[in-house]
Design a binder for this molecule. Structure first.
Ligand code: XMP
Length: 507
C-alpha cells in the first residue's frame, strides 16, 4: 500500500488514480492527520500544494517516522518542502515554470528514472523553485529552465521531483510512478477489480454475519454496484428499496425496477410520487427543493425500513471522492468541497450502523468492479443523474404537468442520443424546462408556450465540464421532434456554456 499525504494540490486525487492504474492500492490522508504506519505501507508520496514553502502557515509535515525509513517521494511542494526543511533554498522562480518542459539531463543509474527517455516531456506547475539543495542531495534530472527537476537524498530512498508525473502531459509519468512504487517500494501489482470483489465479499460476510442490511437504490451506478456486491455476500438478507420520488425520468421507475428484479436483487419498489410532489408544491427556491426532497426521502425510507424486522445495518454507495472531500471539510487541506453528496451519516432516528463497501473506490474503478460482477454495460454506462432529479431541471415551481412535459422532452433527447450512437460520447445530458414563454406560430394560430434548453457535457468528474459539439443535423432532428410531439413546448435552445463559469445544472 502507498500512503499519499495531501498538502492540498488539485492533483492529489490524480496521483492516487495513477497509482491505482498500476494495480497498487493507495490511500490519501491529510498531511496533518496521517495514519499510524503499518507493515502494509510500502512507501509514501507527498503531494503538491497551492501554498508556498516560504509562507509561515504552509503545510508542515512530520517526517521523522518516514524519511530514511520508508521510500519517500515528494512531488512539487513535497520536493520543495524536503529541500527547505533540511537546509536548502527555495525561492520564487523568475523563469517560466508552468506547462510543458523536456528533460535534458537524466541520471540513467537512478532507479527512479529507469526507462525514462532523454527529452521526455514533463508538466511543470509551480511558482517557487529549488535554488540550492542541501548537502547529500544528488541531481537526477533537469530541464532547460529547472535544474533540480528531480533529486535523490544519498543513503536514503528519498526522492523529490518538481514536475507532476500524475498529469497526462507528463508523457512518461506513469513509468516514473511505477519505478517508485514497484521498483523502489517493492509493491506487488495485485489490486484488481476481481481481487477487490473477492476480498470485499469475504470481509462483508465476516462483518455482517447473519445480520440484515437495508439499502436505498437510486438506479445510479454506485448504489447498483454496492447492491450487487452485498447481495453476492449475504443474499436476500440485503433488502433494497427503490423510491419513486415523482421526478425521475420517463418510465424510469418501472424499467429500472424490472432490471433490478432480473438481476436477482431482493428489492421493493415504493411509488411515493404524490407524497413528494405535494411536498414540493409552490417551492421555487432550488436549495429548498433539494432539502424537501432529501427530507421526504428519509421519511419514506424510514417508513419502509421499519417494516423490515431485524435490520441492523444501512448500506451506502459512498465512493472515494466523497470520502476524500469530507476529510478535507473536516480539517484536511484540500480546497474542493461539493455540497451535494451523501456523506455525513444517517439521521438520528435511524439507529442503524453504516456499511460502505465501495468507499475506497474511484468512479472508474466502481465501473470496473461492476463489470467484474457481471452487471450489464448499459446500466454501468448510465449518465449521472442528480438525486433531486427533474425537480432541479424545472426552473421555478414544480407541477405534475411540468414534470410530464419535461419527461417527454428528456426522453426524446436521451433516446435520440442513443439511437445516433452519441450517448456514450457524452458524460451527462438532460433538458431544462424554463419559466419563459415565447411566442410561436402553429398553423394559423399564434402560440405562447414554454422554452426548453438542452444540455450535453463532457467531463471526467463533474467538477469541470465542456459542452459537447453535437452535430447540427442531430440537434435539428431533436428540436423538430420535441416541438412536434410535446404539447406545451414551442422553442428549443442548446446550452453552449462550459463549467466554470457556468454549472452543469441550471439551478
Ligand atoms: P453542477 O450543476 O454543480 O453539477 O455543475 C455537478 C454534478 O452534480 C450533479 N448535481 C447533483 N447531484 N444532488 C445530486 O445528487 C444534487 O442536488 C445535485 N446538484 C447537481 C449534477 O447533475 C452534475 O452531475
Amino acid at each position: 500500500m502507498i500512503l499519499i499525504l495531501d498538502c492540498g494540490s488539485q492533483y492529489t486525487q490524480l496521483i492516487a488514480r495513477r497509482v491505482r492504474e498500476l494495480n497498487i492500492y493507495c490511500e490519501i490522508h491529510p498531511y496533518n492527520n496521517a495514519p499510524k504506519l503499518t507493515p502494509a505501507m510500502k512507501g509514501v508520496i507527498i503531494s503538491g500544494s497551492p501554498a508556498s514553502v516560504r509562507d509561515d502557515d504552509s503545510p508542515k509535515l512530520e517526517l521523522e517516522e518516514i524519511k530514511g525509513k520508508l521510500p519517500l517521494l515528494g512531488v512539487c511542494y513535497g520536493a520543495q518542502y524536503m529541500v527547505q526543511a533540511f537546509g536548502g533554498k527555495v525561492e520564487a522562480s523568475d523563469s517560466r515554470e508552468y506547462g510543458r518542459a523536456n528533460l535534458k539531463f537524466i541520471d540513467e543509474q537512478s532507479p527512479l528514472m529507469t526507462g525514462m527517455p532523454m527529452g521526455s516531456q514533463v508538466w511543470m506547475s509551480h511558482g517557487d523553485t529549488i535554488k540550492q539543495m542541501p548537502e547529500g542531495y544528488k541531481l537526477i534530472a533537469s530541464t532547460a529552465d529547472v535544474e533540480a527537476a528531480a533529486y535523490k537524498i544519498e543513503g536514503e530512498t528519498t526522492y523529490g521531483i518538481q514536475f507532476h508525473p500524475e498529469v497526462y502531459h507528463s508523457k512518461d509519468g506513469l513509468k516514473l510512478l511505477e519505478n517508485f512504487t514497484v521498483g523502489i517500494c517493492g509493491c506487488v501489482q495485485d489490486w484488481t477489480p476481481i481481487s477487490f470483489v473477492e476480498d470485499t465479499i469475504e470481509k462483508m460476510r465476516k462483518k455482517l454475519g447473519k445480520d440484515h442490511v437495508v439499502l436505498g437504490l437510486s438506479g445510479g451506478v454506485d448504489s447498483t454496484v454496492t447492491a450487487v456486491l452485498l447481495s453476492e455476500a449475504i443474499g436476500d438478507r440485503l433488502h433494497c428499496i427503490f423510491v419513486n420520488n415523482g421526478v425521475l425520468r420517463k418510465d424510469e421507475f418501472e424499467n429500472v425496477l424490472e432490471q433490478y428484479k432480473e438481476m436477482g436483487l431482493n428489492i421493493k419498489g415504493v411509488d411515493s410520487s404524490d407524497r413528494f410532489l405535494n411536498a414540493l408544491e409552490g417551492i421555487a427556491d432550488p436549495e429548498i427543493k433539494r432539502k424537501t426532497i432529501g427530507r421526504k426521502f428519509i421519511e419514506v425510507f424510514d417508513d419502509e425500513a421499519s417494516l423490515i424486522t431485524n435490520v441492523e445495518w444501512l448500506a451506502q454507495g459512498t465512493i472515494y471522492p466523497d470520502v476524500i472531500e469530507s476529510v478535507s471539510v473536516n480539517g484536511g487541506p484540500s480546497a474542493t468541497i461539493k455540497s451535494h453528496h451523501n456523506v455525513g451519516g444517517l439521521p438520528d432516528f435511524m439507529k442503524l450502523q453504516v456499511v460502505e463497501p465501495m468507499k475506497s473506490l474511484f468512479k472508474d474503478e466502481v465501473r470496473r468492479v461492476g463489470k467484474a460482477l457481471g452487471i450489464d454495460d448499459e446500466l454501468l454506462g448510465r449518465h449521472p443523474f442528480p438525486g433531486p432529479g427533474l425537480a432541479i431541471r424545472i426552473i421555478g415551481e414544480i407541477t405534475k404537468e411540468k414534470v410530464r412535459v419535461l419527461q417527454e422532452v428528456d426522453h426524446i433527447f436521451i433516446q435520440g442520443l442513443k439511437d445516433h450512437g452519441l450517448y456514450d460520447d457524452v458524460w451527462q445530458a438532460g433538458a431544462m424546462l424554463l419559466p419563459v414563454q415565447s411566442v410561436g406560430v402553429m398553423g394559423d394560430e399564434r402560440t405562447y408556450e414554454n422554452v426548453v434548453a438542452l444540455r450535453a457535457v463532457e467531463s471526467t468528474d463533474g467538477m469541470t465540464a465542456d459542452w459537447v459539439h453535437l452535430p447540427y443535423e442531430f440537434l435539428a432532428e431533436i428540436s423538430n421532434k420535441i416541438i412536434n410531439r410535446v404539447k406545451g413546448v414551442n422553442r428549443v435552445v442548446y446550452d453552449i456554456s462550459s463549467k466554470p463559469p457556468a454549472t452543469i445544472e441550471w439551478e
